[in-house]
Ligand binder design. Sequence first.
Ligand code: NAD
Ligand code: UDP
Length: 337
Amino acid sequence: MGKAYKSLSVNLKNKGNRRILVAGGAGFLGSHLCERLLKEGNTVICVDNFSTGGMDNIHHLLRFDTFSFVRHDIVEPFDLAVDEIYNLACPASPPHYQADPVHTLMTNVLGSLNLLKLAVRYKARIFQASTSEVYGDPHVHPQPENYWGNVNSFGPRACYDEGKRSAETLFFSFHQQYGVDIRVVRIFNTYGPRMRPDDGRVISNFVVQALKGEDITVYGDGSQTRSFCYVDDLIEGFHRLMYSQGPITTPVNIGNPCEFTIGALAEQIITMTGSSSRIVHHPLPVDDPRQRQPDITMAKRRLGWAPTIALKDGLKSTIAYFENQLARPAKELAVVA
Ligand code: NAD
Ligand code: UDP
């Protein structure tokens, strides 16, 4: 493990309870996580390469004197003294993670390796944001954690799916070999404020299209399913997993088991926005999973966690967020890249 590391210089005005690194903290989920950790009185250092995340998501956190951010790509080794690490760094939307598949894979493999080495060096507990994509196009429904999945290793989604699978293996190997205290969450489709209007995932696409009166682009016939979790529920699940007593040496599914077809989602968003948009059908992307629903028995039993926010309520605040975003001048929406 003896390699030269770039020591990250962090500009912090004050010191909080625990010193926490959030890799990918300027993204959609990362920014909500940073906010929660800061409100609890911690020092939070966001390390992000600003590829899909941006200042827009973390600007409001600059009022905390225990918050700092560093622009850095986790693929490059670095040094930073920390008590805890959360790894959320990775583009999550198919068009974004497929834009540079090699870098997506390296972010998951080399990036995770770099963070795990930090965890060893500083004896820090480390959390990995894994994904329901490790189940691929599942043959078991709903998906429990002990299902090994059905993943294409060379298709267009492989850089993400196999990257996340490799990252899980690295986490469990570091636990077995070096005793690293790990937590691994498998996140199912999550939505909410601070997704980018051009994120490319289904809820942001449909809401933005509906608000602009543009065609709603349903891929395939719309009969494929997903189960959508609101961001606040997810962050509560993260928290319970990270701070649960005793080791949890398996991945844990966190998601909302309420399953919808993509066609039904499009209809609901049209109704809720009062939009005049039409539904149009585009070809189904290669390897698009047919169905997805988390089995959350383990999260309920081990963490006492279950989602509380229904899709219609989560959509209400998500629609309000995008209405606000779309009303802003275009240059204000620019993402730092
Ligand atoms: P996002 O794209 O909004 O956030 C990812 C963040 O990571 C961005 O700020 C981006 O700039 C940063 N990043 C990417 N590559 C990096 C690198 N090499 N070095 C440093 N920073 C890097 O996506 P999100 O929805 O917030 O997802 C966050 C994490 O959760 C990801 O790891 C994703 O795979 C996982 N996840 C999310 C969902 C979901 O539904 N939102 C589902 C499953 C898994
Ligand atoms: N989808 C769609 N129209 C869009 C974007 C996505 O019909 O404009 C579909 C996509 O094909 C998939 C589902 O919605 O079946 C969820 O896609 P998303 O990219 O949000 O997440 P993932 O496929 O990674 O679960």
